[in-house]
Design a protein around this ligand. Structure first.
Ligand code: CP
Length: 310
């Protein structure tokens, strides 16, 4: 397929292929494209990591990147996303990477059967497949496997496309998922993948403490006005006292951006057990692997250049 939009598309073998390809790029694998190829990254929601690392990945693979700014585009005149995609395809763009606030925005684009490649860089509270794969790479680099690992996903579950993507892939790969944070943000969708427990019951037993950002931009005005950062940290956050109870071999993850002092104590971001910056580095290599995959599907990159990667 030319579309990488949801982790639902990936079986365990697919995941491992992306991880091994990302590791090969990390170890210095380079490729040459068959012809000039053009990418456009269309971000209708703000981003630092995902946007810049996709652009870095595209450039490192030899693609040329055409800028797109939603605020100055004809989307402001009412042009639909589908018409925007048809337009950029008509001018010769081979790959669109899209982040959009609407869940499943990609469905009508897929149904329209556009021949260009499409990668989802995050849809509303739906999916974030590149984040999920970079998280899998970070865990795989640390432990060498997923089977039986205990992983707590803690925080703003209800708004989190990272939680949704990761609970699916982690359980599929054999890890045990636990959830924590405000109980009101835990619902049946999550219960199907793991049990809820207070953070104090989990912190001493987990291999991975994966914190999620409180998404103020998605909280309702009423909720947001009543949000007390310090109370949240004390009740649900990874405080220094809680971190001291983590097993020596366990790690701290967070997709970032971090609300320092809220989801976790500020100095834990740079603590020896933190893999937060490694996650960002891995994000660039995972995105190289995803872009390379769709370039092979489009005949722009010969699969034999990836040979030896298993
Ligand atoms: N983790 C993540 O998606 O970060 P950005 O919103 O900065 O891309």
């Amino acid at each position: 397929t030319n579309y990488l939009v949801s982790v639902d598309q990936f079986n365990n073998e697919d995941v491992m292929q992306f991880l091994h390809l990302a590791q090969a790029f990390k170890q210095g694998l380079t490729v040459t494209l068959n012809r000039p190829a053009f990418a456009m990254d269309l971000f209708f929601e703000n981003s630092t990591r995902t946007h810049t690392s996709f652009e870095m990945a595209e450039r490192r693979l030899g693609m040329q990147v055409i800028p797109f700014d939603p605020k100055t585009s004809s989307v402001t005149k009412g042009e639909s996303l589908l018409d925007t995609l048809k337009t950029i395809q008509a001018i010769g763009v081979d790959l669109a990477v899209i982040r959009h606030p609407q869940d499943d925005y990609y469905q009508p684009l897929i149904e329209a059967g556009l021949p260009m490649a499409l990668i989802n860089a995050g849809d509303g509270s739906g999916q974030h497949p590149s984040q999920s794969l970079l998280d899998m790479l970070t865990i795989y680099e640390e432990f060498g496997h997923f089977d039986g690992l205990k992983i707590a996903i803690v925080g703003d579950l209800q708004h989190s496309r990272v939680a949704r993507s990761n609970m699916e892939l982690l359980t599929q790969l054999g890890a045990e998922v636990y959830f924590s944070g405000p109980k009101a943000w835990f619902n049946d969708d999550f219960a199907a993948y793991g049990t809820y427990a207070p953070i104090d019951d989990l912190v001493g037993q987990m291999d991975v403490m994966m914190l999620l950002r409180v998404q103020h931009e998605r909280l309702t005005t009423t909720n947001n006005e009543s949000f007390d950062a310090s109370a949240y940290h004390e009740k649900y956050g990874l405080t220094n006292a809680r971190a001291a109870k983590m097993p020596a071999t366990s790690i701290i993850m967070h997709p970032a951006p971090v609300n320092r002092g809220v989801e976790l104590a500020s100095d834990l971001v740079e603590a020896p057990q933190s893999r937060i910056f490694q996650q960002m580095t891995n994000g660039m290599y995972i995105r190289m692997a995803m872009v390379a995959y769709v370039l092979v599907q489009q005949g722009i990159l010969n699969a034999d250049q990836l040979k030896g990667v298993q």
